[in-house]
Design a protein around this ligand. Structure first.
Ligand code: PGA
Length: 259
């Protein structure tokens, strides 16, 4: 049975003062929510703050990017072992806001994924299609290409206990979420594709949905068979909204939405 996972993606938001208030609110509101895993992915400079305020709680923390190399003359980069030094557990990779703005190739993202795994951290690999790709019916091929980079070069085993986040680009930050059926169908497609290489890994991979998740649509999305949780942007900057999404995950678990 896979546990639900709800990850906050704070993107480039926050300050020491506003984070402190949000961390304290998260701690208080999420503590009573059982059988759900939580994480907050913060901008790099706030990892130490996350570590000092979240250690010992039911909320893990992580980053939103990592270097593809372990160490060396890579000005401006941050390695996976540095993230580990600050107690990070999760690293978001390949988010479309990065891959589009900084022209990240699938090969580059796959290299980062392997770095994260080698450091003993959990990669959160984002995949997604544009609206045009969905409307022209090629979305499955597009998603397949994004995960095949790893499947073909490393095999399916690398997805064991990893996290994949299906984030249709047209749904991110737009208020326009995928329907539960659209998301379920793509999650099933991703799981089946991984199963084609490694059936066991396909059962353990945690597949999140991301893109305009809010307290209202979370309840419908999180009960779907292959939706193992959510990657939450805008609504993770509001402790009440994030709490409600966490509660929806717990409710889905209780009512058998999780396997
Ligand atoms: P959103 O962002 O919830 O604001 O749509 C999701 C994401 O980009 O991870």
């Amino acid at each position: 049975m896979r546990r639900k996972l709800v990850v906050a993606n704070w993107k480039m938001h926050g300050s020491l003062a506003s984070n402190q208030a949000l961390f304290e609110a998260f701690k208080q509101k999420l503590a009573p929510i059982k059988n759900v895993d939580f994480a907050v992915c913060v901008p790099y400079p706030y990892l130490a703050q996350a570590q000092s305020l979240l250690a010992g709680t039911n909320i893990a923390w992580g980053a939103q990017n990592v270097a593809r190399y372990p160490v060396g003359a890579y000005t401006g980069e941050v390695s996976a072992t540095m993230l580990k030094d600050f107690g990070a557990s999760y690293v978001i990779l390949g988010h479309s806001e990065r891959s589009t703005a900084y022209c990240e190739s699938a090969e580059n993202i796959a290299a980062k994924f392997m770095m994260v795994k080698e450091a003993g951290l959990t990669p959160v690999l984002c995949v997604g299609e544009t609206l045009q790709e969905r409307e022209s019916g090629v979305m499955e091929r597009v998603i397949a290409e994004q995960i095949d980079e790893l499947l073909l070069t490393k095999g399916g085993g690398v997805f064991a206990n990893a996290v994949v986040s299906y984030e249709p680009i047209w749904a991110i930050g737009t208020g326009l979420s995928a329907s539960p059926e659209q998301a379920q169908s793509m999650h099933e497609f991703i799981r089946n594709r991984i199963a084609g290489y490694d059936a066991e890994a396909a059962q353990s991979v945690c597949i999140l949905y991301g893109g305009s998740v809010n307290p209202v649509n979370a309840a419908q999305l999180l009960v779907m068979q292959d939706i193992d949780g959510g990657l939450i942007g805008r609504c993770s900057l509001d402790a009440n909204d994030f709490e409600k999404i966490g509660q929806a995950a717990a409710f889905a678990t209780q009512t058998g939405g999780a396997k």
